[in-house]
Ligand binder design. Structure first.
Ligand SMILES: [Zn+2]
Length: 417
């Protein structure tokens, strides 16, 4: 009884901590209308417009007359047909199988060819000798570490010469690529595969893939300091995700990283209500992160303000949990700032723990760090392990640390010397 009471009290506090705008905004970014904020049906562009509109509603200003910064890159997309059938049974994309991000297009009926683990590990086989009319089948089960890496590399090579079917027992995790193999590369769940294939059915596949040159946009919102200030604080979060894999399946990218955009909006609201005296603020929603940090790489080399005038950059990516606190990347590079963050947390008891981590090239702070801009990248820790899969939905976000973390970050910048 008491637990139930405490739980409902806890939830109502969380609701207060998160404004309606932040909630609706985060939910909307995860909706099918935004197509997984990727490269099919203009998903990332719709999201960019929506973020810019929200920046404007909050009262953030355009910078140099625009909320956008455009850049282009090639991307492999799966806009249409994406089918794997075992007998009459149509497998479900994202659940039973995925295609490799760099899968080529093609269709056919599966006739097997395969190689042993020796060839797959060493690559000592001329893969060009494989029959392009047969599917290369490999059970990639039970391998780890170096072996797994080598096998994956060689499967990618084989997809240049023949269609590939890789059977796995691990979680299906998708990504996005700027390249395409000559042939389809399908990754299938062992359970889905064995259930049906043991019945001696034929396997057919039809994969439509298309490389296109894509123009994406970083979204920028500016909030000047209440006094005239030279220095600027940047707060960033990538809004792109993986998009659609075939016409019917999309990856919502709730924790990664609609949640980070929610935190961006939450901080924008707070600083709009009460500005900083000594620092301008630049809120940036980056595009093209999942394909290789393209948006932040572009902005770090085409900065809308002088990089020397950036006092500090805070990157937010995966903000949807926090039951186990947060991790701070670059903590070891900026011990003074990290101590300040820790001290505020100790005093206010906002988070159960703040973990320290060294530099890592794992999100959009990276190219700014390389360019000499002091930066933290913060992500939440908790039981939500959905990552790059169709289960990373808005409904799975606990927002456990959201309100407290937002307060902690606000205090961190208000106390910035
Ligand atoms: Zn991310």
């Amino acid at each position: 009884m008491r637990i139930a009471l405490l739980t409902s009290l806890f939830f109502s506090l969380q609701l207060v901590a998160q404004s309606d705008r932040v909630k609706n905004f985060t939910k909307q970014l995860c909706s099918p209308e935004f197509h997984g904020r990727g490269y099919v049906n203009g998903g990332d562009s719709l999201a960019a417009n929506y973020i810019a509109k929200t920046f404007q509603e909050i009262g953030l200003e355009a910078l140099n007359g625009t909320y956008f910064q455009s850049f282009s890159f090639p991307v492999n997309t799966f806009p249409n047909k994406l089918e794997v059938k075992i007998g009459d049974k149509q497998l479900t994309p994202g659940v039973d199988f995925i295609v490799d991000a760099a899968s080529g297009k093609g269709n056919g009926t599966m006739v097997f060819q395969t190689l042993g683990i020796y060839e797959m590990y060493t690559g000592k086989y001329s893969f060009s000798k494989l029959d392009k009319n047969k599917m290369f089948y490999f059970e990639n089960i039970g391998y780890g570490g170096d072996t797994l890496t080598k096998v994956k590399e060689n499967l990618e090579k084989i997809a240049k010469y023949a269609p590939v079917m890789e059977v796995v027992s691990t979680k299906l995790m998708w990504s996005v690529s700027g390249k395409a193999h000559n042939f389809p590369y399908i990754q299938i769940q062992e359970t889905a595969f064995k259930n049906y294939f043991l019945s001696n059915s034929t396997v057919t596949f039809a994969i439509d893939a298309k490389i296109k040159n894509h123009t994406a946009r970083n979204v920028i919102g500016y909030l000047p300091a209440t006094k005239k200030a030279k220095k600027t604080i940047m707060i960033t979060a990538h809004y792109d995700h993986l998009g659609r894999m075939g016409a019917a399946t999309y990856f919502p990218g709730a924790n990664d990283n609609a949640s980070g955009n929610g935190m961006l909006i939450s901080l924008a609201e707070k600083f709009k209500a009460k500005g900083l005296k000594n620092y301008n603020l630049l809120f940036v929603a980056f595009a093209g992160e999942e394909i290789g940090l393209y948006g932040s790489m572009y902005m770090a080399s085409h900065p809308p303000i002088d990089l020397k005038n950036i006092q500090f950059l805070l990157n937010l990516d995966i903000m949807g949990s926090g039951e186990e606190g947060v991790t701070v990347v670059n903590a070891t590079l900026f011990p003074e700032e990290f101590t300040r963050l820790e001290n505020i947390n100790k005093e206010k008891n906002y988070l159960p723990q703040i973990k320290k981590r060294g530099p890592a090239a794992n999100s959009d702070h990276y190219f700014f760090t390389e360019a000499g801009v002091p930066a933290f990248y913060i992500y939440t820790l908790g039981p939500n392990k959905h990552y790059h899969d169709i289960y990373d939905t808005y409904e799975e976000l606990s927002f456990s640390a959201f309100g407290n973390l937002s307060n902690l970050l606000e205090a961190f910048f208000r106390e910035m010397k």
